[in-house]
Design a protein around this ligand. Sequence first.
Ligand SMILES: Cc1cc2nc3c(=O)[nH]c(=O)nc-3n(C[C@H](O)[C@H](O)[C@H](O)COP(=O)(O)OP(=O)(O)OC[C@H]3O[C@@H](n4cnc5c(N)ncnc54)[C@H](O)[C@@H]3O)c2cc1C
Length: 407
Amino acid sequence: MSYDVLVIGGGASGMMAAIAAKKSGAKVGILEKNPLLGKKILATGNGRCNFTNEFQDESCYRSGNPILSKEVLEGFNVELTLMEFSKIGILAKSKDGYYYPRSNQAVSVRHCFEKAILSNDIDFFPNSDVVKIQTKEDGFLIETKETSYEGKKLILCTGGKASPKSGSDGSGYKFAKGMGHHIIKPLPALVQLHCKENYFKKLKGIRSTGKVSLQIDGEKVAFDTGEIQFTKDGISGIPVFNISRYAVRALDQKKDVVCSIDLFPDFTYDVLCSHLRNQLIYRSYPVTILDGMMGMLNDQLIPVLLKIMGLNALDSTTVLDEQMILDMASFLKDWQVVIVGNHDFEFAQVTSGGIDLNEVNPTMESKLQKGLFFAGEVLDLDGICGGYNLQWAWSSGYIAGKNAAEH
Ligand SMILES: Cc1cc2nc3c(=O)[nH]c(=O)nc-3n(C[C@H](O)[C@H](O)[C@H](O)COP(=O)(O)OP(=O)(O)OC[C@H]3O[C@@H](n4cnc5c(N)ncnc54)[C@H](O)[C@@H]3O)c2cc1C
């Protein structure tokens, strides 16, 4: 079978690329190894699919070519995405700028894309695991385990390596490499971090608001604020996810990685000292230190933190002096934990690294192989939590599809 545009991978970016290519008049086919389109979408946003975000800034995207990614994200921006979604039947709702389908169901996003693809005469080939791509004079020969297809243009939308059970196992890197592309080492991102300290066992399940700041070889490289989740062996939650890509890459390069946790980011050091003095020293009657601190932090967190500080939660507040208050405030604003590992791709939401964006034109066409286009997570770009990774999939997918059909 022969197509103007063949899309490999029927995830978010591949489905958007196929729709855009079809709109520009091309004969389009999608090869997807899963039996259904958009499997990963079902897991996004805890089943609700946070598909984009009103707040767009360069700092929300991390790549080796921010100029290109900005051009692509502006070329098919949030407004155009919402319009395209509306055209295929997905109405959106915003919660503090975070966009979800009005249905609140990721399943409806997948369904509407599938409907748009099947009703627009785009040929969808399920259970089609692409195993080989050959370049020809006038296009590409694509082999699945069972058969072969020809495409004048090819859009590689195979995703990264995160959540391989959804189909993205990194096969796209092999194909891109085979056509001369450089692959920046793919590593897990938006992922839990493991800490060296043994006391995390006692913190499992506790959540606390805080600011996490990442230091690599002593230099502060990233920070974020939000709800930190403590696990049996480390830290998780959105702020940790958002700094994780730097930690994982630094660990891979055998660098020293330390995370400073500020449990009172909304208090200055002096205000915190004053609050601690009021609760622990200037009391009309003594209480245990635990009682005195109750209301400041999660009650299960307090005894563990006090133990790390060398204090006993059940001691009377009378044991404390001014220097101890100052030391407590310093610790609570700069609790340092050593990062020694991270969860694997299986549990990562995205991949950092991938096909080098410096080898790609703003049309999403390869600079090295004419007729070859890329979109989505297979490229060296990862976003923070909040709809940014899907926005990259929609933007790069749309632009790749449109240009593959028109050029
Ligand atoms: C649990 C979870 C929650 C997430 N939540 C959000 C969220 O709320 N908001 C957000 O913005 N992002 C979220 N993400 C990230 C987002 O889902 C991805 O960045 C996005 O889906 C990437 O789209 P893609 O099309 O590039 O790749 P994928 O969606 O991974 O699609 C790639 C497709 O290619 C197919 N494929 C791969 N190799 C082959 C081959 N050789 N032959 C044929 N087909 C192949 C795969 O089966 C797959 O269907 C989440 C990710 C996870 C894992």
